[in-house]
Unconditional design. Structure first.
Length: 309
């Protein structure tokens, strides 16, 4: 792998790229998967700076889709993008057997990575987490990115658990959405795991302590700006990185704090003329009038104000 630098810090080129969007799954007006819109969005994101895409993750509403629909979206995005970007398939579940089934479906498509979330609702012990993640990594031939998001899963992956999991040759990366830079720093100092920010607004802080990139949602609506911020940070141009970080703050606020990310992202993409339909599946619903007003207010004072109608 090629060498890059972050300031004076040397780092190998990350396995899944630096800018990845956790893609929404476009639905038609009847809430069926719109395969044409899915392919079009995937291509556009790659053309606008993404070198990786996460498909059928939380933002992709995978948990409201059938296994067949998930597998079909894996295929549609892989066919649309080809080798121009890494495709990471969301295969996580709170059922290890189900995760293994989704893993099998994803590997038949030939994806580049597997995103495996902490089992949610069950709240297993750390020993249970070790067994779950190892079962997936043992069964898979594709590199695994762990997804640590206690706000949704109910429990974190403890640093010692991550250190143990890093010993598995198939577990190569972490998407961190628990905002604990100290814990992440400890794991990065003791392992070769590649860290990705899972909090859009904390991307620059994560990069500063050694993360390699971002798996984002706001990146749907401001891909060039996120690409620019990451590239500036990697090149050591912190003045430019900070400038873009601050410009992106209201965009991240609009996308990530006013309504669920999948809901807000589809709303903004429709305002940008990039999605014909902003349909979501229950239990998600479209934003209320109050939420819409807050999202629009945030964006009207942002760097992407001119892109929305």
């Amino acid at each position: 792998m090629s060498e890059t630098t972050f300031g004076n810090r040397s780092a190998t080129e990350p396995i899944f790229g630096r800018l990845l969007t956790a893609m929404v799954t476009p639905f038609a007006e009847d809430r069926s998967v719109d395969e044409e819109a899915t392919a079009k969005l995937a291509v556009e994101l790659v053309e606008r700076g993404n070198d990786g895409l996460v498909v059928c993750g939380t933002t992709g509403e995978y948990s409201t889709m059938t296994d067949e629909e998930n597998a079909r979206v894996f295929q549609v995005v892989k066919d649309a993008v080809g080798d121009r970007a890494k495709i990471v398939a969301g295969v996580g579940s709170n059922d290890t057997a189900h995760t293994l089934h989704l893993t099998e479906l994803a590997e038949k498509v030939g994806v580049d990575g597997l995103l495996v979330v902490t089992p949610y609702y069950n709240k297993p012990t750390q020993t249970g987490l070790l067994a779950h993640f190892r079962a997936v990594a043992d069964a898979a031939e594709t590199p695994v990115m762990l997804y640590d998001i206690p706000g949704r899963a109910g429990i974190p992956i403890a640093p010692e658990t991550l250190v143990e999991l890093a010993e598995h040759p198939n577990i190569v990366a972490v998407k961190d959405a628990k905002a604990d830079l100290a814990a992440g720093t400890e794991v990065m100092s003791r392992t070769d795991l590649q860290y990705y920010s899972g909090d859009d607004g904390l991307t620059l802080p994560w990069l500063s302590v050694g993360a390699v990139g971002l798996v984002g949602v706001t990146t749907h609506v401001a891909p060039e700006q996120f690409r620019g911020m990451i590239d500036a940070a990697v090149a050591g141009d912190l003045d430019e990185a900070r400038r873009l970080h601050r410009e992106l703050h209201p965009v991240a606020k609009a996308t990530m704090t006013r309504a669920p990310g999948a809901v807000a992202a589809k709303t903004i993409l429709k305002w940008q003329g990039r999605l014909a339909s902003d349909e979501v599946r229950l239990p998600h619903v479209k934003p209320t009038d109050e939420e819409l007003a807050l999202i629009r207010s945030d964006l009207e004072a942002s760097v992407i104000a001119s892109t929305i109608s």
